[in-house]
Design a protein around this ligand. Sequence first.
Ligand SMILES: CC(C)(COP(=O)(O)OP(=O)(O)OC[C@H]1O[C@@H](n2cnc3c(N)ncnc32)[C@H](O)[C@@H]1OP(=O)(O)O)[C@@H](O)C(=O)NCCC(=O)NCCS
Length: 140
Amino acid sequence: MQITNRRSQESLECTLDTKPQGSGSKLSLLAGIKEIGHVVYGEQGSDLRIRWIENSMKSTYKGVGSALIDTLKKQCQQNPRLTSVSLCCMDEDSAVFFYNKGFRFDGEGASSKNTLMDNLQQNPNFPMPDDIFLMGEMKA
Ligand SMILES: CC(C)(COP(=O)(O)OP(=O)(O)OC[C@H]1O[C@@H](n2cnc3c(N)ncnc32)[C@H](O)[C@@H]1OP(=O)(O)O)[C@@H](O)C(=O)NCCC(=O)NCCS
């Protein structure tokens, strides 16, 4: 798996490693023995629930979050028990990343949040309403 260095644009060969963590698993993206990102997740019925995802070297590498999400989505597609990947987005900037990766807001207020995300994708200067926060349950 190739990850890109933001500054030099060079590619870095990375590997994936999964270990049990608590009642779920931790998937790490490794450059040699150094972890550059991870996602902690677990199965909840037919849902693969992401508890935390992080690019630990965001200023140096891009594509880490994408590599982790793409791996989990593939695991979900290959496992007949699983039908969705979900998470609780706790940060409005990360919502843009999750939206780009195919996640949509789910549950209460989802329709207005998804419409706002669509508008922001088309026009980054779209005025942000005071009463909608781009956080909460998301599903892919
Ligand atoms: C969210 C996070 C995991 C994304 O990982 P990443 O490795 O930076 O993401 P990628 O490089 O794979 O980004 C994929 C795309 O999303 C965009 N993107 C990533 N983070 C973004 C952000 N905060 N705001 C807007 N766009 C963002 C990238 O520009 C990229 O778009 P492009 O392909 O058009 O260039 C990372 O920002 C992070 O570790 N955040 C801190 C921890 C956190 O907030 N976790 C989520 C809690 S809900």
